[in-house]
Design a protein around this ligand. Structure first.
Ligand code: HEC
Length: 121
């Protein structure tokens, strides 16, 4: 009977150790992700994205996004995914050459632009 309890405890201890092994690195991973801007979930609204791009982006990226002061964005989706584009728009790039739009556009507007641009391949 005692042996049965001991092996039960041993099994419990092993399970507990396994759970710890899997949850602790998981937490580290989440913490690392929190460091960067996290793209909110939005459904693509192409008309709204185009409108925002006309208002905020074409001065540098060109009327047809063909490039100007900034690089062409016509095939940016082939290079970058929506998350990466979201980070670039939010935080800017190239030491301020590409301005940060954090606070100028809402997170949802930036996410919508990022989804729209990620489709351009
Ligand atoms: C003041 C000019 C300017 C404006 C306005 C601007 N950009 Fe940029 N953008 C740049 C420059 C310059 C770069 C290149 C930065 C570098 O790589 O050093 C860039 C880079 C980018 C990149 C990365 C492209 C790549 O291939 O790595 C994306 C995506 C982008 N811009 C999107 C946008 C969007 C969307 C808007 C509007 C919300 C916008 N930009 C507005 C100047 C601008």
């Amino acid at each position: 009977m005692k042996k049965w309890i001991m092996s039960g405890l041993f099994f419990f201890a092993c399970t507990f150790a396994l759970v710890l092994m899997f949850t602790v690195p998981g937490r580290d991973h989440e913490a690392a992700e929190e460091a960067g801007p996290v793209m909110p979930q939005v459904t693509l609204d192409a008309a709204s994205a185009e409108e925002k791009a006309k208002a905020s982006c074409i001065t540098c990226h060109g009327n047809q996004l063909e490039g100007g002061v900034g690089p062409s964005l016509q095939t940016v989706g082939a290079e970058l995914n929506a998350e990466q584009i979201y980070k670039t728009i939010t935080k800017g790039k190239g030491g301020g050459k590409m301005p940060a739009f954090e606070g100028k556009l809402s997170e949802e507007e930036i996410a919508n632009l990022a989804l729209w641009l990620a489709e351009k391949k």
